[in-house]
Design a protein around this ligand. Structure first.
Ligand code: THU
Length: 160
């Protein structure tokens, strides 16, 4: 028997103002689109903004459904939209923010497991890393250089 250790790394920014200008701009768009979330069941609003290598920005917010699993997270709304409209473009940056209508989220809110798996598919397809920044409503922003930090040991097409 032997152990293996997998390390992942994140950078921490204390505020939106501390982000590089292009990322700050993207996070502000994520904050704006977060308000468009359709979240009558969870009152939890998530906004995602993608910057593509063609310069386009694609936005998404979570869209819920009375049949709960039929809803979709903000991150997947955004990446599926990007894949649909700009199938050849690479995703360079992703900014995510989440806020509750009932309390103030201070901790950085990471993408859920299903969104990580979906983002992984696009990172592998485009063969370049996607930088991911995520935050709550206020407080610190975590940055990952690649989806790989959020999903070590990922399942992908090489196993098929
Ligand atoms: N949600 C997202 O939009 N992204 C995530 O990564 C986590 C969860 C949404 C789904 C649902 O509408 C609400 O947040 C509560 O789970």
């Amino acid at each position: 028997m032997k152990d293996i250790t997998i390390t992942t790394q994140f950078s921490v920014f204390d505020s939106v103002q501390e982000l590089p200008n292009d990322v700050q701009n993207l996070m502000e768009q994520a904050i704006t689109v977060r308000k468009n979330a359709y979240a009558p069941y969870s009152q939890f609003r998530v906004g995602a903004a993608l910057l593509l290598d063609n310069g386009k920005v694609v936005l998404g917010s979570n869209q819920e459904n009375a049949a709960y699993p039929s809803g979709l997270c903000a991150e997947r709304v955004a990446i599926f939209q990007a894949g649909s409209i700009y199938p050849e473009a690479k995703i360079v940056l992703m900014a995510i923010t989440a806020a509750s209508d009932t309390n103030t989220t201070k901790a950085p809110i990471p993408p859920c497991g299903s969104c990580r798996q979906s983002i992984a598919e696009y990172e592998i397809k485009q063969d370049t890393p996607i930088e991911i920044y995520f935050m709550g409503e206020i407080g610190a922003i975590y940055k990952s250089e690649s989806l790989k930090n959020l999903l070590p040991f990922m399942f992908d097409k090489k196993f098929l």
